[in-house]
Design a protein around this ligand. Structure first.
Ligand SMILES: *Cc1c(COP(=O)(O)O)cnc(C)c1O
Length: 444
């Protein structure tokens, strides 16, 4: 296993200071320049979140940026420059992370269905560790590494039992992710037969998007107890606590309090992992926490109507770019964090915000108080949209263009993904497509 000596604190120091926030006026200016719908990200907000995270984690802990949270190469590159490694789950993500400047020796790979080709790729490029989900998987990895005559570091991903405090969305209980403790113990018992694969430690990814510090402490403690039982006699060299720190998204969300987590991580439970040996490398894989609050989705009102006693504003953007809000269908009463133009005379009216898709799921927010004077052309701003936005959405559903992405650096901004017309998407898949031959048939 490679050492991770310089992963920590490179580029840290962004902690503290004013919370970065782009004003409605600034976003209106950007929307005017690049068109809507679009995503806007603020580099200062990313650095601040990374700095807060860094300060909360123990000295020397490694942070792996989960590429799936937002795979825009400029964003992965920004976290690379801050000293993050990467957590990847496909060949494409591995290539992207390396192209964005993250060396293979700072990359971990997770995923419940790693193919032989994917396992061979991880061995060939020599990533930091492969996070193993099953006994069959580590046996295949061993055969591949032996064939390639290369070493490989493996981490056993634990599937911890659901506990009383578990909530929907927790990654616990029987699942495709990781293995129960008995399986992990059996693999450890057979470790000598797995050469040239070396088992270097343990992984658990407890949850996603939780804002409850007590939840994390409880699940981290459960994980550490399991690690302790499994590493009798040989202390692990790498212990990876996974991701899941939430960032405010709904209007009534309160930020996750990192202080009790920071205290726990410096306390006796974590110290006990070490025993008499050298302390293990600790790892964390935080995506949403660092990129979620740094992103905005901008859309303009196309039509306003009142029907059956309710006001609807149909926008030029929808869940094909922001599928994450369609999750609000489950809790439609939760207020999505939205801003519109100022209400003249302070008068506002509850409004349903819908998108252009011919699907009833395309409702971005419900009962949002917006100006009674709301009119076509007005800009609607969704905050907290940096993670699991564009790249986690069904972009091609209904044949709209892919939205551009813009990165703000202080008073400058830069296009980091251009608008892609749907004809281009079709042409990319088949050069014989008529849209490729005659791209200008329909005016943009
Ligand atoms: C998705 C994922 C993460 C990131 O989760 P966030 O909620 O964005 O922090 C981390 N680790 C693994 C294994 C994941 O699958």
């Amino acid at each position: 296993m490679a050492e991770l000596p310089d992963i920590q604190n490179a580029g840290a120091g962004a902690a503290g200071g004013e919370a970065a926030n782009l004003s409605y006026a600034r976003l209106e200016e950007i929307a005017g320049r690049y068109g809507t719908p679009c995503f806007v990200y603020d580099a200062a907000a990313m650095r601040q979140a990374a700095g807060r995270l860094r300060a909360a984690l123990p000295e020397g802990a490694a942070i792996f940026y989960p590429v799936k949270a937002n795979p825009n190469p400029a964003i992965v590159g920004l976290f690379a420059a801050l000293g993050f490694g990467a957590e990847v789950a496909s060949r494409g993500e591995l290539a992207l992370a390396m192209a964005a400047g993250i060396p293979a020796k700072r990359i971990v790979w997770s995923g419940p269905a790693k193919t032989d080709d994917e396992l061979a790729a991880t061995v060939a490029v020599g990533i930091y560790a492969i996070q193993i989900e099953s006994r069959g998987e580590i046996e295949r990895l061993a055969a591949i590494a032996a064939r390639l005559e290369r070493p490989a570091a493996a981490v056993l991903r634990l599937d911890l039992p659901q506990d009383a405090g578990a909530r929907r969305g927790d990654w616990a209980g029987a699942s495709s992710f990781g293995m129960d403790e008995a399986t992990a113990a059996a693999i450890l018992g057979a470790r000598d037969s797995l050469a040239p694969v070396e088992i270097v430690g343990f992984h658990n990814h407890p949850t996603s998007g939780s804002l409850n510090a007590a939840d994390f402490i409880r699940r981290f403690a459960t994980f550490i107890e399991a690690v302790g039982r499994l590493s009798k006699g040989s202390a692990p060299r790498f212990v990876n606590f996974g991701g899941g720190f939430g960032a405010p998204f709904y209007a009534d969300d309160r930020a996750l309090d990192l202080d009790p987590i920071a205290t726990f991580l410096r306390g006796p439970d974590v110290q006990a992992i070490t025993g008499d040996g050298p302390p293990p490398q600790l790892g964390f894989e935080m995506g949403r926490y660092v990129i979620g609050p740094a992103g905005w989705y901008l859309a303009r009102v196309v039509a306003v109507k009142r029907t059956a006693g309710r006001r609807f504003a149909a926008l030029d953007g929808g869940i094909h770019h922001l599928m994450v809000v369609s999750g609000t269908l489950r809790f439609l009463r939760r207020p999505v964090a939205v801003a519109g133009p100022p209400a003249k005379g302070g008068e506002s009216e509850p409004t349903e915000l819908t998108g252009p898709l011919c699907a009833p799921t395309d409702r971005l927010a419900s009962a949002v108080p917006l100006s009674t004077a709301l009119a076509p052309g007005d800009l609607i701003v969704f905050s907290g949209c940096g993670a699991y936005g564009k790249h986690a959405s069904p972009l091609n559903f209904l044949g709209h263009d892919w939205p551009p992405e813009i990165l703000v650096e202080g008073d400058k901004e830069r296009l980091i993904a251009r608008r892609v017309r749907f004809e281009e998407v079709l042409a990319l898949q088949s050069p014989d497509h008529p849209a490729a031959a005659e791209p200008g048939r329909v005016p943009p």
